[in-house]
Design a protein around this ligand. Sequence first.
Ligand code: ADP
Length: 758
Amino acid sequence: MARLKQRMRRFAQKPASVDLAPYKALLDKVDKHSSGLSELSDEELSAKAQALRESDFDVTELAAIAREAAERAIGQRPFDVQVLGTLGLLDGLVVEMATGEGKTLAGAMAAAGYALQGKRVHVVTVNDFLAQRDAEWMGPLYKLMGVSVGWINQSSKPEERRDAYQCEVTYAPVSEIGFDILRDRIVTDAADLIVPAPEVALIDEADSVLVDEARVPLVLAGSTTSDHADPVIADLVKRLRHGLHYEVDDEERNVYLTGAGSEAVERALDVDLYSQEHVSTTLSKVNVALHAQVLLHRDVDYIVRDGKVHLINDSRGRIAKLQRWPDGLQAAVEAKESVKTTESGEILDSMTVQALLSRYPVRCGMTGTAVAVAEQLRTFYELEVLVIPPNKECIREDEPSRLYATLEQKEAAIVEEIKEVHASGRPILVGTLDVAESERIATKLRKAGLECVVLNAKNDAEEAAIIADAGSFERITVSTQMAGRGTDIRLGGHDAEDHERISELGGLYVVGTGRHSSSRLDDQLRGRAGRQGDPGGSVFFASLQDDLAAQYTPDADEPSEVDDDGRVTDKGALHTFEHAQRVAEGVNLEIHRNTWRYNKLIERQRDLLLEHRDQVLRTDIAFDKLGRGDHEGVSDEVLKHAARVITLFHLDDLWTHHLTFLSDLREGIHLRALARQNPLDEFHREAIPAFNKIVPESWELAADTYASAKITSKGYDLADSGVKRPSSTWTYLVHDNPFGSGLEESMKGLVKMVKGRR
Ligand code: ADP
C-alpha cells in the first residue's frame, strides 16, 4: 500500500529531471555537421566557428565545430556524453555529470557557443584556483574558436578585472563577481564601473553554489570607527562554566547566560547588566564574547595563523583571504585568541549569492549531484536538471554505513579499517567533516604506524596537486571533504603503468569519517572514487555521538544491539540514524525557503534603488532637480558633478541605514509571530513604506547639502557638509549569520516541524 502511494505520488509530481531523448536525437545531426571538418586547416576551422556569429545559430553545428576544435586544441576528443552536456548547457539546464566525466571541457564548449551567439558568459567557479586553471586549460580551445577568455581571482587588480570582464568568456569565483558588483555599487563616476551587465552565468558545481552557498551574504564594508572588544570581558567569559553560568541550545547555535551567569558577570564588572545603560553595551559585549568563546571553535570555525584569525569556510574547509565576521564578533574572537584587533567598519551593502545569480537572464550549470536538489533549483532559480549517463558505467562499490555507539569506538574502527585495507597497498582517501577531525584522525593513524598526507585549509593549488596523487600506491590522504575540489584523482597518480596495478587492488577506497548533513554531500565524497569506469569503493563510518545524530534525533532510543567494538547492529537504531540525515536536509531546505522569502523583497528593493541610482550616476537628473541654486559664477559642469556626488552620497547612506533597519526588523519579527501575526506580512508591512521614503528623502537631504556646500569655480570640498565616502572598503562572506537570533536560528522549532511532517 505504502509503495503504491509512493508510486502514485511520483506520477503526480513533476519529474526530477528532463528527458534526455531529444538531446540524444541531436547527436546524429552533430555527426552530420562533423563530416569534412577534420580535413580543414586550423584557419578554416576558426573561420567556420566565426561564421556562426553571422548565421542562424545551430547548436548541432556549434557542437560539431567545438568537438573538432577541442580535439585539436586540448588533445581530447569529447565523448558523446560531453556533447550532450554541452547541448544541455546551451539549453539553459543544469546538467548532472559524475565526477571525472569531463565537465570542464563540456562547459567550455557551451561557453564558446553562447559567446558565438553574441552573449557574454561568466563561468562561475567555486574557488580562485579553478577559475584560473580552467580558463588557462581551455584557453587553446577558445583561441581556436576565436572567442576571447579571461579569469579573475582574489588578487586580481582593478585593471585586470576590467580586462577580464571585457572578454567574451570570464572565469571567476562567485565571491569575486559579487564583490565587484558591490564595489560598482558605490562608484560616483560611471567610468569607474567594472562589471558589465549580466548575460549568461554558467555555474560549475552548481549545487554547491546555488543551494549550499545560496544564503551566504556577500558584504561590502567601509571603514569608519573601530570597535574594540574588551579584553576584560573576553577574560571573564573564559571563566564562566557551562550549565552553571550559561546554557547552549541543542543545535549549538545559541548561547545564553543563566541567572547565576548574569550575577557572576555583574559582580565581576560591578554593573547592573540589565539597566538601560548597559543592556545595549556591556550585555551585548558579553553575549558576543560568549558566542566567540563557546560557539566558535578554533580549528573548526577558524584558525589562528601569523597572529591573525582566519575564518574557515564551512562548506569548503579552507580559509579565504578577505573573510571576516561581522565586526563585533570578529573583534571578540580576536580578543579570545589575544591577537591584534583588525580594522572595523560599517556595512555599506550586501547581497546573497542567490540574488547575485538571479540577476543573470540566462543561467545554466553543471555538477555531479543535481537531482537531489532538483526541487530547490526549480523553486529558487527556475532551473531544470538534465541527467547525463557516464561515458563508462560506474562500478564503484558503496558499502552501507557502519554505525558505532561512541565517537571513540568509531574512530578506533576507522583506524582498524584503514590499516587492514592499506596492507594491500590500495590507496585510501579519508574524508573528514572539519580540519580538527582531520588532525585527530591523522594523529591516530600515525600512532598506529600509518603514514598519511593531511590537507588542511592551505592553498587550493597545493591541495589540488596533493589530491591529484591520492590514487597512488599505498597512499593515505586525509582531507576535509571539499579540499582539492574539481581535481581529478587518477589511479596511480601520474604513473600510467600503476593504473593497472591499482585497479587490481580495487581502485581508490574512500572512507568517510562521518555522514554529512545531506546525502548529496556524501555522494560528492564517494564520487571521488570510481571515476570513468575505474574500480573503486566507499564506506561511511558514523556514531550516535556525531553532531548529525545528536542534533537531529536527540530523543532517539538507546540502541539495543551493540557488539563488543561498539558497532550498532539493530535495525531500529540504524533506521533512526538514516532518518537524522533526512531531518537535517529538511531543516536546511526550510531555512533556505525562509531566507528566500525575506530576501525576495529586499532584492526587489535593491533593484529598484539601483535603477534609480544608475540614472543619477549616468545622467544629469540631479542637476536638473537641484538647479543652480545660489552658486554664482560656477560652471554647469562643476555643478552637475557636485549635484551628482551629493545625491549619490545621500542615496547610498539611506540605503545603508535601510539595510540595518531591515535586519533589525527581521530579527525582531519572530517576537511578533508569538503575538500570532504572520511574520512575513509584518515584515512587508513595515519594510515597504520605509523603502518608499528613501528616494524623496534623498532629494530633500541632497537639496540641503547642495544649498549649503561650498562650491566654487575651482571645485568643491564636501567634507564640511558631511559628505564623506569611506576611506577604504573591504569585502567578506558571512557563512552563517552568527547574530541572527530569531528566524533562522529557531532551529528547534524547525526540527520539530520537519519531523512532524514526515
Ligand atoms: P569533472 O569536472 O567532470 O570531474 P574534469 O573536467 O576535471 O572532470 O575532467 C576529468 C579528466 O578527464 C581530466 O583529466 C580531463 O583531462 C579528462 N578528460 C576530459 N574529457 C576527456 C576526453 N574527451 N577524452 C579524454 N580525457 C578527457
